[in-house]
Design a protein around this ligand. Structure first.
Ligand code: GDP
Length: 209
């Protein structure tokens, strides 16, 4: 009999790319529960989506020029959507582009009615920056639910990871109505990926629309 992790890999490998969207009004599939991934540029978002879906295909799509500044929608097993949002906090883009991205991200978070959970990624070595705090505040204002994923933990010593955990959990006391849990992951070492797969699988069951 296949193990739980094998079943989850099968669940996640049944995935479809449904398109890139610059206007939230055009995003299809509003009748499936949805989760999204967001974080500063270079936080490891594409790598983690690859690791969760066990395919290089999905996040490669998100890296295609023209799609990095859109919301990319993936349907998993016809039961839950994963949305890959553009990275924020990137200095080397024009003011105009930054404003467009902020508008897309904020309108998606505040208006997407089937959005069950936001995964905010934080690079373990870099820690929480002002742009992340702005994101937590926006999520709070929008009354949405979020989890934090500490990424690239293979780059950090165990005591440093513990320190980051402690400091993030302390900060999260300010967001206790909206913050649910803290995950740690390494896409390179496949650590913590099973926990994320379980969480997304559970979201698909708990939030059936
Ligand atoms: P994105 O811009 O947020 O989509 O980030 P990417 O997934 O493209 O990753 C940015 C950089 O971090 C790349 O050079 C990746 O190889 C590296 N990276 C991503 N995940 C990990 C990880 O778990 N461990 C390590 N050591 N590097 C990682």
């Amino acid at each position: 009999m296949p193990s739980g992790s094998r079943l989850l890999n099968i669940f996640f490998s049944k995935n479809n790319f449904l398109g890139s969207f610059n206007d939230i009004k055009n995003i299809p599939n509003p009748n499936l529960p949805e989760c999204c991934f967001i974080g500063r540029s270079n936080v490891g978002k594409s790598s983690i989506i690859n690791a969760i879906t066990k395919t290089k295909k999905l996040a490669k799509i998100s890296k295609t020029p023209g799609r990095t500044q859109s919301a990319n929608l993936f349907e998993i097993n016809k039961t839950i959507n994963i949305v890959d949002l553009p990275g924020y906090g990137y200095a080397k883009i024009s003011k105009n582009t930054r404003e467009q991205l902020t508008f897309l991200i904020e309108s998606y978070i505040s208006k997407r009615t089937n959005l069950a959970k936001i995964f905010v990624l934080i690079d373990c070595k870099v820690g929480v920056k002002n742009s992340d705090i702005n994101m937590f505040d926006f999520i709070l204002t929008s009354n949405k639910i979020f989890a934090i994923v500490l990424t690239k933990i293979d780059k950090c010593r165990v005591d440093f990871i513990k320190k980051q955990h402690k400091s993030i959990l302390s900060l999260m006391k300010n967001y206790n109505k909206n913050f649910t849990q803290l995950f740690s992951s390494s896409s390179n070492k496949n650590e913590g990926i099973l926990d994320l797969q379980k969480e997304i699988f559970n979201l698909s069951k708990e939030n059936e629309i």
